[in-house]
Ligand binder design. Structure first.
Ligand code: URA
Ligand code: SF4
Length: 217
């Protein structure tokens, strides 16, 4: 952990709601990347962020969830999905027997867009290298994209309405696009859709361990 300045621990020590994450449970393998993100000047969001939100979870996770961008609470705490959408995500995970500590969670951009704007293409592009490196390090069996921005990394031009919940194949791994929990939270019909999609995940994870899904594009 040499060279990992204490201010970076601030990010990592922030507790998810009900969570037990602490420095002792943070995989030190993330230190260089998280430190680099903490100092990142690559796009204008660097000027307006309070904290960077690099990601959370073990590098050995089988499943990786990729959202959009930090919101206000994430920007305060430096941890992804700790606001209302995060609470719902925790419920969705608990519903299939997964704790937050068992999955790796990241966003397509690591700094909050002011006013919760959608992440813009030039910022997504500037930040893409960090996400690429996270995917390489976790090497998950299954990636779940949450919302259209992470979906578009693999399936530009697709719509979530068409491909949500479908096991797709890209770059040699299984990708399962899903609605964003923030979109589904207050929309009764989307809420049932995302719950049903999450319910298929254990089977898909098992399937990904043994065989490759067919592409459905
Ligand atoms: N929404 C996201 O996409 N990511 C977060 O970290 C929080 C809310
Ligand atoms: Fe760097 Fe990404 Fe933050 Fe932009 S959003 S400053 S590229 S970490």
């Amino acid at each position: 952990m040499e060279g990992f300045p204490p201010r970076c621990y601030d990010n990592l020590m922030a507790q998810p709601p009900g969570g037990t994450a602490s420095v002792s449970t943070i995989d030190p393998i993330w230190a260089p990347l998280y430190e680099e993100v903490a100092d990142c000047p690559r796009c204008p969001l660097a000027r307006t962020r309070s904290r960077t939100v690099p990601g959370a979870g073990p590098a050995a996770a089988d499943i990786m969830l990729i959202g959009e961008a930090p919101g206000a609470r994430e920007d305060d705490l430096g941890v992804p999905f700790v606001g209302p959408a995060g609470k719902f995500l925790d419920e969705l995970l608990a519903g299939i027997g997964l704790s937050r500590e068992a999955v790796y969670i990241a966003n397509v951009v690591k700094c909050r867009p002011p006013g919760n704007r959608d992440p813009e293409p030039n910022k997504i592009e500037a930040c893409a290298d960090y996400l690429d490196r996270q995917i390489t390090m976790v090497d998950p069996r299954v990636i779940v994209t949450l919302g259209r921005f992470s979906m578009a990394r693999w399936f530009p031009g697709q719509t979530i309405a068409r491909i949500h919940g479908k096991a797709m194949r890209a770059e040699g791994r299984m990708i399962v696009p899903m609605y964003h929990p923030a979109a589904a939270l207050h929309n009764g019909s989307l809420r049932s859709v995302i719950e049903a999609d999450f319910a298929t995940l254990p089977g898909l994870i098992a399937q990904a361990a043994t065989s490759a899904p067919e592409a459905v594009r």
